[in-house]
Design a protein around this ligand. Structure first.
Ligand SMILES: [Fe+2]
Length: 293
């Protein structure tokens, strides 16, 4: 357990942690993300694994610093939906409802985010961490919720754990986008780049060794199950696992930075008045690994 030894002895525990409401996630106090260095990082990474979700308030975080911080976690995804890329930084994905003149356009940038999902589950190598930085936030709505998939797994009875451990779900970005909104359809090149992939529904977190559920809105069908039955199964299971999970709902402030572990959390965005209120969020997702049962 080299990581925890480093975490407890690092002279750079220059921050404090305060649990968020409901016990899921923690706020990091007394630290600017821009000041994280090699000495600080191990303790911060240990907190990320333990609390799954970290909030930093009042951050000065230029795009280049956000990308450099994300690289400490691993390889940063360059998203297949290239129309969202911030021009100078292909690793940044900008979620904005502003038009070219800077006014609210009335269009939500990605309505797929309004359903519970985990980032990048539609790839063989799925998302490890996602990091959001809030540039502009609406006066109401536009929050984000997270659901703890360790707690959902642990709430299952042993027979259901055993049943789910045998199942794999097919995740497909083209499916989830089309079914939720059908706007801005994927090009043929984008679809070819990310064909459907299957993952275990019960996965073992590669770093904590804990089991959790891995499903969400990109899951389309169940391997070896009739398509319609699989659809109904996934819909019902997604609803149940969120109902069983510990939840944290965040009310954003401008200059908030949020970092979370996609391997053991689902998340979803809350709607807002896209015609009258600005919401601009900068996102990076770090790639993790192929999920293992
Ligand atoms: Fe997401």
């Amino acid at each position: 357990m080299q990581l925890s030894r480093q975490a407890s002895t690092a002279p750079a525990a220059r921050f404090r942690l305060r649990e968020l409401s409901g016990g899921l996630g923690a706020e990091v106090l007394g630290l600017q993300v821009a000041d994280v260095d090699d000495a600080t990082f191990p303790a911060l990474y240990a907190a990320f694994l333990k609390h799954q979700l970290l909030l930093f308030r009042d951050q000065d975080l230029p795009p280049a610093v956000q990308v450099a911080f994300a690289r400490r976690f691993g390889e940063v995804q360059v998203h297949v939906m290239d129309q969202y890329r911030a021009s100078q930084y292909p690793e940044l994905y900008t979620l904005t409802n502003l038009d070219a003149s800077g006014r609210p356009s009335g269009k939500h940038p990605d309505r797929g985010t309004l359903a519970w999902h985990t980032d990048g589950s539609w790839q063989r190598i799925t998302g490890q961490a996602t990091m959001l930085y809030a540039e502009q936030i609406p006066s109401s709505g536009g929050g984000t919720g997270w659901a703890d998939m360790y707690s959902a797994y642990e709430a299952l009875v042993p027979a259901e754990k055993a049943k789910l451990a045998k199942l794999r779900a097919v995740h497909n970005l083209n499916f989830s986008r089309n079914r939720r909104h059908g706007e801005d359809p994927m090009t043929e090149a984008q679809r070819t780049a990310v064909p459907p992939v299957d993952h275990p529904i019960v996965r073992t977190h590669p770093e904590t060794g804990r089991k959790c559920l891995f499903l969400g809105d990109h899951a389309e069908s169940i391997v070896g199950m009739d398509y319609a039955k699989g659809r109904a199964f996934i819909e019902a299971l997604n609803e149940r696992i969120v109902a069983m999970a510990r939840i944290y709902n965040h009310r954003w402030r401008a200059r908030d930075f949020m970092l979370w572990d996609n391997r053991c959390l689902l998340h979803k965005a809350e709607s807002y008045d896209t015609a009258h209120e600005p919401r601009v969020i900068r996102r990076c997702t770090v790639l993790g690994e192929v999920p293992a049962p």
